[in-house]
Design a protein. Structure first.
Length: 406
């Protein structure tokens, strides 16, 4: 196999299984791969029906076919330990809790236009805490800046430049660049913000590519330093023969996702979904129907534009995570004063809807998602047999089949 010569580093982030327009991503990355190191900043998995139906098989094939190095993301965390992907993943600050052993290789050293470049990755503490508790059990995360400084001291004598794939958030990455001035470029991820950069912090550039498969970030040598920019994937592209089979798999999943599920109710029809309104509606329905106190986080749902008919793709775009609804223990002292619990959940997960509002006391348990129960509450006490997605479907559509909330 001919050795590739790298002229630049290209990084995507937070693709979240958004494969609707994947032909342009596939064809353009294939072209860039000729002269570019292709990297991803995490969360390539989860977020659409393509992942729910395909189980990550297509995403894994894209990564192993077109990419060179990966940062782990909180979404799809177990995939980064799979054969094929584990060897591609780097991270400087995730370790085994007992032994302190790094979970992944800590860096790659590659040559870009004659410079020896260290490519590493970090995961922020908030992103790590967002991994479901059972998936991150036995692991822990170190302070990113401390881990990077230690890595630099070990390797500075044979490295010219430093690149970080960060799964922390743009604001956190600006602080990281300030704390680690030896970094040349920080490729940001995890943040879902409207800031893309590049933003200079001293001599360090912080930059983020377009999320959901819309674009990428590029860094390349310029004089004695580096330059960075962002670019969108072209709207069209020609697939090479080697990728046609992969595109056909994506098309087949797309056909399944087009299945109609019901007529969208008037308040939500032909408009961008107001997920806060829908979440409040769900909390009230569940509280009224089951008689339990309900706590749901807004980030359990995603927004999308709805038409007259709800398709499977729409439903799985709105609720892509297959959340089960469970009864969960309310830990002390929140059982006597739920207001601080709502504040803490809001800080960790984003806006929260509850019913009744305010929550009454004493509050021994709440109806919530399995994710909130296991990650932020006292654990689940029993299943309800309902899924959040099924209840979303009932709230949004008419002419539902039997057992529509199962």
């Amino acid at each position: 196999m001919r050795t590739r010569t790298f002229h630049q580093v290209v990084a995507t982030t937070d693709v979240h299984s958004a494969l609707e327009l994947s032909d342009s991503l596939l064809s353009h990355l294939h072209q860039l791969r000729e002269t570019s190191l292709i990297a991803d900043c995490g969360d390539f998995f989860e977020g659409t029906g393509y992942y729910r139906l395909g189980g990550g098989h297509v995403e894994r094939e894209i990564l192993t076919t077109l990419y060179d190095v990966l940062a782990p993301g909180n979404h799809g965390w177990p995939h980064y330990f799979e054969p094929g992907l584990h060897e591609m993943t780097v991270c400087a600050n995730t370790i085994d809790a007992d032994s302190g052993t790094p979970l992944f290789d800590r860096l790659r050293i590659v040559e870009v236009q004659g410079r020896r470049v260290a490519v590493t990755a970090v995961m922020g503490a908030q992103a790590f805490r967002s991994i479901p508790a059972h998936q991150r059990a036995g692991y822990r995360v170190l302070d990113p800046a401390t881990a990077l400084r230690e890595l630099m001291l070990e390797h500075h004598h044979h490295v010219d430049s430093w690149m970080v794939l960060s799964h922390s958030g743009f604001a956190e990455d600006l602080e990281l660049a300030l704390a680690c001035p030896f970094l040349d470029v920080v490729f940001a991820g995890h943040c879902h913000s409207d800031t893309y950069g590049p933003v200079p912090v001293g001599a360090t550039l912080v930059v983020k590519g377009g999320e959901l498969g819309t674009g990428y970030a590029v860094a390349e040598p310029a004089g004695s330093g580096w330059t960075a920019r962002t670019a969108a994937f072209p709207s069209t592209g020609v697939l090479p023969g080697a990728l046609v089979g992969l595109a056909e798999q994506i098309t087949a999943l797309g056909r399944r996702l087009a299945d109609p599920l019901g007529v969208v109710k008037e308040p939500y029809r032909n408009a961008e979904l107001d997920r806060r309104r829908l979440l409040a509606d769900l909390a009230t329905r569940l509280h009224t129907g089951l008689g339990a106190a309900v706590v749901l986080n807004e980030t359990a749902l995603r927004t999308t534009v709805l038409g007259d008919v709800l398709t499977l793709a729409d439903l799985l775009a709105i609720e892509p995570f297959d959340n089960q609804l469970v009864h969960a223990v309310v830990p002390s002292p929140y059982d006597r004063d739920p207001a601080p619990l709502i504040a803490a959940l809001t800080e960790q997960t984003g806006p929260v809807a509850s019913a009744p509002s305010p929550l009454s006391t004493p509050l021994a348990s709440v109806l919530t998602t399995g994710y909130l129960a296991d990650t932020y509450l006292g654990g689940r006490t029993r299943q309800t047999g309902f899924t959040l997605g099924g209840c979303v479907r009932r709230a949004l559509t008419t002419a539902l089949p039997e057992r529509e909330c199962r």
